[in-house]
Design a protein around this ligand. Structure first.
Ligand code: HEM
Length: 301
């Protein structure tokens, strides 16, 4: 059900809202804002039911321990000691942020595997880096990531070409200002075409080419504002560190443990779905098998 609410929200948010341009359309048009508000009520109800289920489960335990619980259990146990701060409303919002953040992190992984299948030399180079630094005796862990610059470069290059939020979030000017010679009145909705910046041939060499090496030399460095998959400034994504870690560990272990092959002779279809988020139009189909010697490591998971 959460997925249904989520998909409907994103499909509505991706549609142009004529009421933003012609105020009367807010009342006679497709009423997008009202539909979004209804979805928000549904989402809140769904999340509150989830919180109640966990509350009941926790109440059934004898002790105050969270019994190895998940994030909601931990937040509920903190609520007992500090109810003013850990209100249900705050728990619901944190869980939604976590779920949406997870989705933003899954998208780049699908793009990255697709890109690697179309560029097998890059895949081999990443595998060699992991074999050299981590070996085949254990699974890659968080501390390894700092020593795997090529794997990190693959993730950055994927986020450059296929940023999950290509227009950032809509922002609003808090006062009259001038940007690049354009007068922007107070209260204007502003969208940043971050995809265009990250793929601009004036600032990137061959931007249409998947070349992680550009993040190993100076080209990909954060000079100015040319690489900003997580936005910038005060409203920059607060989940960037978590996202890079989750993507690094997941992609790293997939590369470390499996041999990947395209489902057929053709190149993986890289067409994009239209919408607010940059997702693949066709889901990725692949063949994979465990790399020799990795069964033992995988059996420990
Ligand atoms: C690869 C994964 C992710 C990408 C590319 C990404 C990207 C972004 C972008 C572009 C924004 C808007 C910034 C702006 O408008 O200036 C944003 C906002 C946000 N992100 Fe992420 N995000 C990712 C993962 C996550 C995760 C894992 C979490 C939390 C667990 C998270 C939580 C948030 C929140 C709460 C905001 C709103 C911040 C605000 O408005 O102040 N994101 N993200």
């Amino acid at each position: 059900m959460f997925r249904e609410i989520h998909e409907e929200t994103f499909s509505l948010a991706s549609m142009p809202n004529f009421g933003d341009f012609i105020p009367i359309m807010k009342w006679i048009g497709p009423r997008t804002e009202k539909r979004l508000a209804d979805l928000q009520i549904k989402r809140e109800r769904f999340m509150q039911n989830m919180v109640e289920e966990h509350r009941k489960r926790l109440a059934s335990f004898d002790s105050d321990e969270t019994q190895g619980g998940n994030m909601i259990d931990i937040l509920l146990s903190l609520q007992k000691t500090d109810p003013e701060f850990y209100k249900d409303e705050m728990i619901r919002s944190l869980v939604v942020v976590q779920l949406l953040g997870t989705e933003s992190s899954v998208n780049p992984m699908e793009w990255a595997i697709s890109l690697l299948l179309n560029h097998p030399k890059v895949l081999k180079k990443a595998q060699a880096e992991i074999d050299n630094i981590v070996g085949q005796e254990r699974l890659i862990n968080e501390t390894d990531l700092a020593r795997l610059p090529y794997v990190c470069a693959i993730i950055n290059e994927t986020l450059r070409m296929y940023p999950p939020g290509p227009l950032l979030m809509p922002h609003e000017s808090s006062q009259d200002c001038t940007v690049g010679g354009y007068r922007v009145p107070r209260g204007t909705m502003l969208l940043v075409n971050m995809w265009a910046i990250q793929n601009d041939p004036k600032i990137w060499v061959d931007p249409e080419k998947f070349r992680p090496e550009r993040f190993e030399d100076n080209e990909g460095m954060r000079d100015g504002f040319k690489f900003l998959p997580f936005g910038t400034g005060r409203r920059r994504c607060p989940g960037d560190g978590l996202a890079m870690c989750v993507i690094g560990l997941t992609l790293g272990s997939l590369i470390q443990c499996f041999e990947w092959e395209k489902a057929n002779e053709e190149m993986v279809d890289m067409r994009e779905k239209s919408g607010f988020q940059l997702a693949k139009d066709r889901p990725l189909h692949v063949k994979c098998r465990i790399r020799p010697g990795m069964d033992e490591v995988l059996s420990q998971i």
